[in-house]
Write a protein that binds this ligand. Structure first.
Ligand code: BGP
Length: 474
């Protein structure tokens, strides 16, 4: 048997991409609400185009998402039918603290997640909760400047204290910040950052990142104090960089690109800034407001496990003319040995095994793959069936790679939650047509459709994978 008996098979979602109910239950407005579908999405998400409220002429897919807010019972029942052991979802911060800086939480918001967790408990599904998946109350951006402001650490501590206390006994697995390194590429979406004229964005980004890392360490401390059973993880937007050639300059470039992302996990898993990061700050003139207490907290409260998303490996060349490919937020030199998805993301199952090994060698902590999957267009046949063999093929190859990493390499892997187990809004494009789910949701890119759920062919395939604990992949 390669997968451990208690391996956590499941699926992953995020509040801003599926929940909807943006103005219900006392919820406040958040950054993720005002990032529109269409050509301005990237500009808004990266903080280049300021949009702090809904503007006419735009469509905002997060407002309704797939309306998980009203359909969670039906959705969780379908997850249970597939045999999920775990379900990854995130908390909308502005549901709990509508403005973010209140002293008292919003009971209606707390009750919503309590109901969701109890529904999971009914089926023996262990929730895996991302505390913030790109979510930030808009008030904290307007009044405080987002995560660049240290005051947010206190607000985050208040948020997590409320969550750990209220959900004690219902939730054990927590992730502090989704894809913490994405702040480098999507700073408004990742950390509520907007840049002032003449400001060097890098300075604000690394200060905000530091504040998040410290907040994350505090969350780990508080989680363990409130319930020693709590397990807290960090979350990397993962995928190893390959050198395009064996030219030493390409090899060094790949090392450098990996460090850009791994720096965050180095801090969260080892408890201190690596020397290459301190040298980079010095060279770039980045002065981070970092207190002695911050350094103590980082050191004393490292994470229990390391989680990551993996869609593809990445590649880097120092020579011109190699061509670039899109990927999960971070673009890359095109790898001539790999095929790509309809959205141009290259497909590399062995890259997952490589990434697992790198992370395990580096941190020696249990790993958790909390996102993986194929974004593809699906066709609903006349009889209602959806034959997504391409998705099954992608997932089968990646499960095999996980299996090899466990069986052959001895990697300690806690679980696997493929992304968008039910179709939801794409983070990068705002589209619905970029589908990842085992469950189809009738909704299009502009919000038309009945929201009806139906099972795809991959639904039964995944059910059998879970039933056989990863032994039957055909
Ligand atoms: C990650 C995010 C998810 C998710 C996924 C797929 O970056 O954590 O929120 O959306 O990527 O990306 P996309 O939706 O752009 O296809």
């Amino acid at each position: 048997m390669s997968f451990p008996k208690n391996f956590l098979w499941g699926g992953a979602t995020a509040a801003n991409q599926c929940e909807g109910g943006y103005n219900e239950g006392g919820r406040g407005l958040a950054n993720v609400d005002v990032i529109p579908h269409g050509e301005d999405r990237f500009k808004v998400g990266s903080g280049v185009r300021e949009m702090l409220d809904f503007e006419e002429g735009y469509y905002y897919p997060a407002q309704i998402g797939i309306d998980f807010y009203h359909n969670y019972k039906e959705d969780i029942a379908l997850f249970a039918e597939m045999g999920f052991k775990t379900f990854r979802l995130s908390i909308g911060w502005s549901r709990i603290f509508p403005k973010g800086d209140e002293l008292e939480p919003n009971e209606e918001g707390l009750k919503f997640y309590e109901d969701v967790f109890k529904e999971c408990q009914k089926y023996g599904i262990e929730p895996l909760v991302t505390i913030t998946h790109f979510d930030l109350p808009i008030h904290l951006i307007k009044e405080y400047g987002g995560w660049r402001n240290r005051e947010l650490i206190e607000m985050y501590k208040r948020l997590v204290t409320v969550l750990f206390t209220r959900y004690k006994g219902l939730v054990k697995y927590w992730l502090t910040f989704n894809e913490v390194n994405v702040i480098l590429h999507f700073p408004f979406m990742g950390a509520g950052l907007l840049f002032k004229e003449g400001e060097n964005p890098k300075h604000a980004i690394y200060q905000a990142a530091h504040n998040e890392l410290v907040a994350s360490a505090w969350a780990t401390k508080i989680a363990h104090e409130i319930d020693p059973n709590n397990q807290v993880g960090c979350m990397l937007c993962g995928g190893q960089f390959y050198p395009y050639s064996c030219h030493p300059e390409d090899v060094f470039a790949a090392l450098t690109k990996d460090r850009e992302n791994l720096m965050f996990i180095d801090v969260q898993a080892r408890g201190y800034y690596p020397s290459y990061a301190l040298k980079m700050f010095e060279k770039e003139g980045i002065e981070i407001n970092m207190t002695d207490e911050d350094l103590e907290i980082l050191k004393a409260h490292t994470v229990d496990f390391v989680s990551f998303s993996y869609y593809s490996s990445r590649c880097i060349s120092t020579q011109e003319g190699a061509g670039t490919s899109d990927g999960n937020i971070i673009s890359s030199t095109t790898n001539p040995y790999l095929k790509a998805s309809e959205w141009g993301w290259q497909i590399d199952p062995l890259g997952l095994r490589i990434t697992l090994n790198t992370l395990y060698d580096r941190y020696q902590k249990p790993l958790f793959i909390v996102e993986n999957g194929l974004g593809a267009k699906d066709t609903v046949e006349a009889d209602g069936s959806i034959n997504d063999d391409y998705r099954i093929d992608y997932l089968r190859d990646h499960v095999k790679a996980m299996k090899d990493a466990i069986e052959e390499d001895g990697v300690d892997l806690l679980g696997f939650t493929p992304w968008g187990c039910i179709d939801l809004v794409s983070a990068s494009t705002g589209e619905m047509s970029k589908r990842y789910g085992f469950i189809y949701v009738d909704r299009d890119d502009l919000g038309n459709g009945t929201l009806k759920r139906s099972k795809k062919k991959s639904f039964d395939w995944y059910k059998q994978v879970i039933e056989s604990n990863g032994e039957n992949l055909d």
